[in-house]
Write a protein that binds this ligand. Structure first.
Ligand SMILES: [Zn+2]
Length: 222
């Protein structure tokens, strides 16, 4: 069950189109998975439409009218390139298949090969173009990332399974932002493991004094 949602302020900024593109992508993917936030967005969009009307933004000025504008805001632009193998929004790892939320479908074709990191961790980079880079990270049961903090923000969405990190327990659909104030050590004990989608703006900063020994993790954005 989803416990962690974007804040009301983040949903409003998402609807207004003022959230950063990377954050918008993860919020959109969360909303694909979360009925609760979809309903909140509908209310926000209605309010935004009403307040815009106060400023006399007439429907005629907007190509396609209001409903189309709102749908443009609430769903990032769809890719116009058909990629047959990936058009169903499915990624595969080691015989397992994962159905992605709609907002991430177009990035299946931008996803690089999985690398098997130390332990029971897998990572596949995702090229987001101007938005930078994201990663799909899969933790097998018992997979664990050494304790670390972040220099920037780490935005994570749980796509399948669940994990814990010493701060909380996260379930499928949960949305969270880790900052430099968080120190955590993600670990999955779910029998099916856990797949997450994660974006950070700067590399991780390991809190252990043995940072050099953790170099293999410096590319692990989680
Ligand atoms: Zn939600």
């Amino acid at each position: 069950m989803i416990k962690l949602h974007p804040t009301q302020a983040q949903l409003v900024e998402f609807a207004e189109g003022t959230l950063s593109p990377a954050m918008s992508l993860v919020v959109a993917a969360h909303c694909d998975m979360c009925q609760h936030c979809q309903e909140k967005l509908e209310v926000i969009n209605t309010q935004l439409a009403e307040s815009s009307l106060v400023y006399d933004v007439s429907e005629q000025e907007l190509p396609g009218g209001y409903s189309e504008m709102l749908s443009r805001i609430t769903s990032l632009p769809a890719s116009h390139i058909d990629v047959p193998a990936q058009q169903h929004g499915i990624i595969e790892l080691d015989g397992k298949t994962f159905k992605l939320p709609r907002a991430l479908h177009r990035y299946v074709s931008k996803t690089g090969n999985w690398s098997h990191l130390v332990g029971k961790l897998w990572q596949a980079p995702v090229d987001l173009g101007d938005m930078g880079r994201a990663n799909f990270i899969y933790m097998e049961k018992g997979g664990r990332v050494p304790e670390h903090t972040h220099k920037g923000n780490e935005i994570t969405l749980v796509l399948d399974g669940e994990f814990s990190d010493g701060i909380s327990h996260y379930d499928t659909g949960d949305f969270m932002i880790m900052t430099e104030d968080h120190v955590h050590a993600p670990e999955s004990n779910a029998s099916e493991g856990c797949l997450v989608f994660s974006i950070v703006d700067q590399p991780l900063h390991f809190t252990s004094g043995l940072a050099r020994l953790l170099n293999p993790f410096s590319q692990l954005f989680f």
